[in-house]
Design a protein around this ligand. Structure first.
Ligand code: IMP
Ligand code: MG
Length: 178
């Protein structure tokens, strides 16, 4: 596992600090409003857990499984939902929580989806952003960190469903997927 990692990009301590900073920003932005936090499965599961501990306010938590990925390192523009929300976003302030925004396809799709379901307000928080990889314009409201075009794993993020449990974010060795 650890041998497949070229370099550690963010340590557990750095990830904790990112969650504290984002939690403060989100607490302030949503002051006095109840938020429906929607985690995008599966990649956001660890991030969401750490993030919500740093949000001081009223919230509900739900998950949606939507992705434009197909067990590899390449993105496709076709987004599918394989697990839908269980809480109706109608009239609610929704905060979508994603692991990483790459092409922007999944993010755009999800924002449109929440609006079509009559959410009152939709904001988007991503742990990582790869702005150079955009195929469609998208600017997240809250960003943990911008990263270069390396394939990263750990802290929820996978390659072919592996490495999600690593406590840090590492750059995967190219030899693993080439
Ligand atoms: P998009 O629709 O192309 O923006 O896809 C974003 C999704 O691609 C994320 O939710 C991740 O599941 C996946 N993804 C993109 N880059 C990486 C990476 O470096 N490591 C792991 N997953 C990634
Ligand atoms: Mg994902």
């Amino acid at each position: 596992m650890h041998n497949d990692v070229e370099k550690i990009l963010f340590s557990e301590e750095e990830l904790k600090k990112i969650c504290q900073r984002l939690g403060k920003q989100i607490t302030k932005a949503f002051e006095g409003q109840k938020v429906l936090v929607v985690g995008v499965l599966k990649g956001s599961f660890i991030f969401l857990g750490d993030l919500v501990k740093n949000i001081d306010g009223d919230l509900n938590i739900d998950f949606i499984d939507a992705s434009s990925y197909y067990n590899g390192t390449q993105t496709t523009s076709h987004v599918t939902i394989s697990k839908d929300l269980s809480i109706d976003p109608d009239g609610k302030c929704v905060l979508i929580v994603e692991d990483i925004v790459d092409s922007g396809n999944t993010a755009n799709f999800l924002v449109d989806y929440m609006k079509a379901k009559n959410a009152k307000d939709v904001k988007f928080c991503t742990l990582f952003d790869k702005p150079k990889r955009r195929q469609v314009a998208f600017t997240p409201d809250y960003i943990g960190a911008s990263v270069d075009d390396n394939f990263i794993v750990g802290y929820g993020l996978d390659y072919a469903e592996n490495y999600r449990h690593l406590p840090y974010i590492g750059i995967l060795k190219e030899s693993v997927y080439l």
